[in-house]
Design a protein around this ligand. Structure first.
Ligand SMILES: Cc1ncc(COP(=O)(O)O)c(C=O)c1O
Length: 371
């Protein structure tokens, strides 16, 4: 099979090359290529507006804002988190010397189950780090109620939740801070990139110091910061991509609608429906295979699809809690995480992006329904 016949799980949203060239020319003329340049400032402003949040701080990826948010809030000890995510979520805790405590997820959303949080709290717990997995909003009210009761901070890994709103309000308003990833595989990308979203000017200022080695001016260093400064080329690319992200989300919604229509009555296949009052971004389309009812295991279907050039991905399998760094933790056992274990063993994310054709979709669906 030739590469062009393979339907990949995603395809990057890329700006018009001519428009990008024009901005490149401008960057060449300005000769200010990094360190809070012209396009960097424009993109931070444009993103804050688009995302309906007061402050955004750009980062070079979606991992460093997680690490930096934990630093900024001086989180130590233990943090309650989810095993059903990309591994960077838990790695960010490890890089800060924090012990991850895994709690199970909800069957209905794949997000952290608020009912499991209180039992995991110990005197060492300082924060909760949930993930809006696949861009599905967590139960932010229930999580905040627990955080308030126990005096805990909440940092959301919102890597998948670009543009997601609940009742007209950005999901990024929840908690103390939220992080975004603008990796090439995401709904909105800046090649590599990410951001931290905060609620007040003082925090924005502190985060901006922390992502620039801790510099607060020419000669003063106020903290052991990191380097996560975004260059002008990526910022310009990001500005152009922002203009077309709504159209990309609309195209993704059509894909989701077609998948749902075709798979609704297939025995043994479950998927998520839209949630009332939520503006989804359709960043992923996970399906969950009940092997007994479907008549084939998840892996058998996954490899059959692959043979036919339909490259889904098993996000998020294996669970983070099963990786060698984390599997010795008391909270990492399958008994503690029955729902996450089941979902991780059943999931395939189907191809989902703005450029899928009707023909592509029918090829994907044929693989699944021809069982
Ligand atoms: C949930 C989640 N958190 C964090 C990250 C890390 O983002 P990045 O790859 O931009 O560092 C990703 C994905 O890439 C992710 O899916």
């Amino acid at each position: 099979m030739q590469n062009k016949d393979i339907i990949t799980v995603t395809s990057p949203l890329m700006p018009d090359l001519e428009e990008f060239n024009e901005l490149l020319k401008d960057i060449w003329d300005r000769k200010w290529i990094t360190n809070n340049g012209h396009y960097h400032q424009l993109l931070e402003k444009a993103l804050a507006e688009y995302l309906k949040v007061p402050y955004v701080s750009l980062f070079t990826n979606g991992t460093l804002p997680l690490i930096t948010a934990l630093q900024a809030l001086r989180i130590t000890g233990e943090v309650i988190t989810t095993p059903y995510s990309f591994v960077a979520t838990t790695h960010a805790l490890w890089w800060n010397g924090i012990k991850p405590v895994f709690v199970d997820i909800e069957w209905a959303t794949g997000c952290m189950d608020p009912n499991k949080i209180e039992a995991a709290i110990t005197p060492k717990t300082t924060a909760i780090m949930p993930v809006h997995v696949y861009g599905k909003p967590c139960d932010v009210k229930a999580i905040q109620d627990i955080a308030d009761k126990y005096g805990l901070k909440v940092i959301y890994d919102a890597a998948h939740a670009f543009g997601v709103e609940v009742n007209g309000k950005s999901i990024l308003e929840a908690g103390d801070m939220s992080t975004l990833s603008f990796h090439a595989t995401k709904v909105y990308n800046t090649l590599e990139g990410g951001a931290l979203v905060m609620h007040d000017a003082a925090t924005k200022k502190r985060i901006d110091y922390l992502k620039n080695f801790g510099f607060a001016g020419e000669t003063e260093v106020v903290a052991p910061g990191i380097n996560s400064k975004v260059d002008e080329v990526r910022a310009a690319y990001g500005l152009l991509n922002l203009k077309q992200v709504d159209a990309a989300i609309a195209a993704r919604q059509k894909v989701a609608n077609r998948y749902r229509e075709a798979l609704r009555d297939v025995h043994g296949i479950r998927f998520f429906d839209d949630m009332p009052g939520v503006r989804h971004n359709y960043s992923y389309f996970p399906i969950f295979i009940n092997a007994q009812e479907y008549g084939m295991t998840r892996d058998d279907l996954y490899f059959k699809m692959r043979e036919q050039g339909v490259w889904g991905r098993r996000y998020f399998y294996p669970l983070i809690s099963t990786f060698s760094t984390y599997r010795g933790l008391p909270s990492a056992t399958a008994e503690n995480l029955p729902v996450a274990t089941k979902i991780a063993n059943e999931v395939i994310c189907l191809p989902m992006h703005h450029a899928l054709t009707n023909e592509d979709l029918e090829r994907v669906l044929e693989c699944i329904t021809s069982n």
